[in-house]
Write a protein that binds this ligand. Sequence first.
Ligand code: CA
Length: 229
Amino acid sequence: MDYKILIIEDDKKIVNFMSMALRAKGYQIIAAHNGNEGILTFCTENPDIILLDLGLPDMDGIKIIEQIREVSEIPIIVVSAREQDQDKIEALDKGANDYVTKPFSMGELLARVRVMERLLEKGNSNLPEKVYKNKYLTVDTDKHKILVDDIEVHLTPIEYKLLVVLISNRGKVVTHNQISKEVWGYGETGDSKNIRVFMASLRRKIEKGPSSPKFILTEIGVGYRFTEE
Ligand code: CA
């Protein structure tokens, strides 16, 4: 399938660089050089994925995320020079699907785009497949069973929810706020310490080397990302 990607970015060099690399991979590219043009192009061109810069000449990219999220669930990857955790958290909490910090490698960006493609192919259903397998880990959401090397491990209900939330969003960063909303049912807790405790015990149960995790990766100060492989 030919995905159409809208790039909203005022730096023409970056637009050219991204367009060339993405076209070489078979994507259709349309570009907008400021926020208003971006929103207009989104409305008229019906893209599949948006790559969004935050520092635009006429508006803050966060506003674009807000406006688009009122009408659409289109995958949005923020590509920004802002590297503060707070900026990433704000963008993700407003509904961006992922965040790439400039300068970025094209390989990294392409991998993030592929994650969004898989999200689109899954038809946006938030639930993972009934049985998820990755290396030695098996998660059977039908039977609520977790196997490590085919041996059942017992998770607490919170650990189980945590794992399912991460797997449903695999490949993407999930912020602390999103985790507390999904697992505990409320957001804005500032309770990342609490999450860390549960995450540590979950890792001890499913990771073979909990100190160098292969499945649950930490995005320092922001949240966690379940490996996309
Ligand atoms: Ca910019």
